[in-house]
Design a protein around this ligand. Structure first.
Ligand code: CO
Length: 170
């Protein structure tokens, strides 16, 4: 499985302060991070929900992709961010499988993350952002191993055979 978690749901909004207040009123959500991403022409506010975020995006320029989205669709869900262990490898593999991408190579997103967008034409109509968050080292640990403390891998005989199961009682 390539995906580790839902990193965030991104909303296009026309007024960031109003959108933050809306989420505070409805859900008691509070802002955990704000940042202006010049390259994308947006100001963002992140509201933590468990280990995920709601990402509110307000354009700061008319040529921002979020500004274009707002003109076409009005405010609403803009994209979904999927947490991956290695965005470079995941993007490379998906491209090799013929998936259309928006970003040919990963680039820097907010929070110091490395990100890459996939094209909605290849992702059932949703704009998808792959997110590698260096502050979450557990993303690099696959599957069940995330639930165990590091260094405590199961003994080989437990994963390979049934014979030893009798020896230690099951
Ligand atoms: Co995003």
């Amino acid at each position: 499985m390539r995906l580790r978690r839902i990193d965030h749901v991104g909303y296009a909004v026309t007024d960031l302060d109003e959108a933050v207040e809306h989420h505070r009123r409805l859900y008691g959500a509070v802002v955990t991070h704000t940042e202006t991403i010049e390259r994308d022409g947006v100001r963002e506010a992140l509201l933590a929900v468990g280990e995920s975020f709601l990402q509110l995006l307000e354009p700061i320029r008319d040529d921002s992709p979020v500004a274009t989205f707002l003109r076409r669709h009005g405010p609403g869900v803009h994209h979904v961010g999927y947490g991956v262990a290695d965005v470079t490898a995941t993007l490379r593999d998906l491209r090799a499988e013929g998936i259309r991408v928006v970003d040919e190579v990963p680039r820097h997103g907010s929070r110091g993350c490395l990100v890459a967008f996939l094209h909605p034409k290849s992702t059932m109509g949703a704009l998808i952002e792959l997110v590698e968050d260096p502050s979450r080292p557990t993303d690099g640990i696959p599957g069940d191993a995330r639930l165990r403390p590091r260094g405590l891998t199961p003994p080989l005989h437990r994963t390979l055979g049934t014979a030893s199961r009798d020896a230690d009682g099951g």
